[in-house]
Design a protein around this ligand. Structure first.
Ligand code: ATP
Ligand code: MG
Length: 314
């Protein structure tokens, strides 16, 4: 099951993505976390030791390995360089599982805390400044997700960029559930309404998690605001001592999370588990975005990459 955390800057996307991933991994479920935010701080939030975070590889840095592997012997993809972020899998392509050995994971995915593996989109470096956009980095994540066939009880958890930028690439169509993290403020609700509009247009399944919800008044405020927006409130997380202590350098092991906040995170998991996976729809979204990109900038010849007969299945 694929889940993304989006929302206003500073709303708690990274925090909730990390808590979700840690709770799921804590139950023994296979978890692959992906950091697709321009601020690459998911590793820290997961509690990875500094010695580990300092040496993590990136997916964008190994995009050649990724393309070469995914291409397999798909006859529509004679050369890896022809693949773009929306290139859909077809007959002959290699699909990825959440847990397996493959050259992509060898190159760019690391177990950062026991039982939890992380892949990074990669941060901007000096060479990128002024010439590249962050979507060049998240493109590797998008391509990976388009080829990833996950089963129920396996989780792919993605921390996304702040603000509406999360909706600026095709990445936002890759998830079974997209969680909007929302603090109980009028401004945050405004952002939810805006996102709900984008999400509806593309048929993206959206849920809200209230964050830093202090009391029943906060929750009632969120519920009323969300009823207008037509989005469900899945759970509310309070201000967490455990999270704040983690910010001060204390142990981030998730068994220290307060029971009521842990229950809120688990309610999000229940909501995700209840979503029926629909691979026909998933591939149709990839193909639709690929068409848009081919027509908008990548070149109409890329339409030949679409295998109309193909649907990825685990
Ligand atoms: N429920 C919570 N309780 C206590 N502190 C929290 C909680 N949620 C988030 N925080 C703190 O608020 C700050 C912002 O959270 P976080 O980094 O998760 O937000 P973000 O949405 O990922 O931000 P950005 O837009 O910069 O990526 C962090 O210091 C985090 O530890
Ligand atoms: Mg963040």
């Amino acid at each position: 099951m694929k889940i993304a955390f989006v929302g206003k800057g500073g709303s708690g996307k990274t925090t909730l993505a990390s808590l979700f991933a840690l709770r799921a991994a804590g139950t023994g479920a296979p978890v692959l976390a992906l950091d697709a935010d321009i601020n690459q701080d998911l590793a820290v939030a997961l509690g990875a030791p500094p010695a580990v975070t300092a040496t993590l590889p990136t997916l964008s840095g190994h995009v050649d390995v990724l393309k070469e592997w995914l291409r397999g012997d798909n006859p529509r993809l004679p050369a890896a360089e022809q693949m773009i972020k929306t290139t859909p899998p077809g007959r002959g392509s290699r699909l990825l599982r959440v847990v397996e050995d493959n050259p992509v994971y060898d190159a760019a995915v690391r177990e950062v805390v026991p039982g939890l593996r992380l892949g990074l989109a990669g941060a901007f470096d000096d060479a990128d400044l002024g010439v590249a956009c962050f979507h060049a980095k998240t493109g590797a994540v998008e391509l990976l997700l388009g080829h990833l066939v996950d089963g129920p009880d396996e989780y792919v958890v993605v921390d996304m960029t702040a603000g509406a930028d999360a909706f600026a690439s095709g990445l936002f169509t890759r998830f079974d559930l997209t969680v909007l993290v929302c603090e109980p403020t009028e401004r945050a609700l405004g952002v939810v309404r805006q996102y709900a509009g984008y999400a509806r247009e593309f048929g993206v399944r959206l849920g809200v998690v209230g964050n830093k919800v202090a009391d029943p008044d906060d929750e009632a405020f969120l519920r009323a605001g969300l009823a207008d927006a037509g989005v469900e409130l899945l759970a509310c997380v309070g201000s967490s001592r455990h999270v704040r202590a983690g910010d001060r350098g204390a142990d981030r092991a998730v068994d220290g999370l307060e029971p009521e906040n842990a229950a809120a995170v688990d309610a999000v998991r229940d909501a995700l588990d209840a979503v029926p996976q629909d691979w026909v729809r998933f591939q149709a979204d990839t193909v639709a975005l690929h068409r848009r990109n081919a027509q908008a900038w990548a070149g109409a010849h890329l339409l030949d990459q679409i295998d109309p007969e193909f649907v990825p299945v685990p």
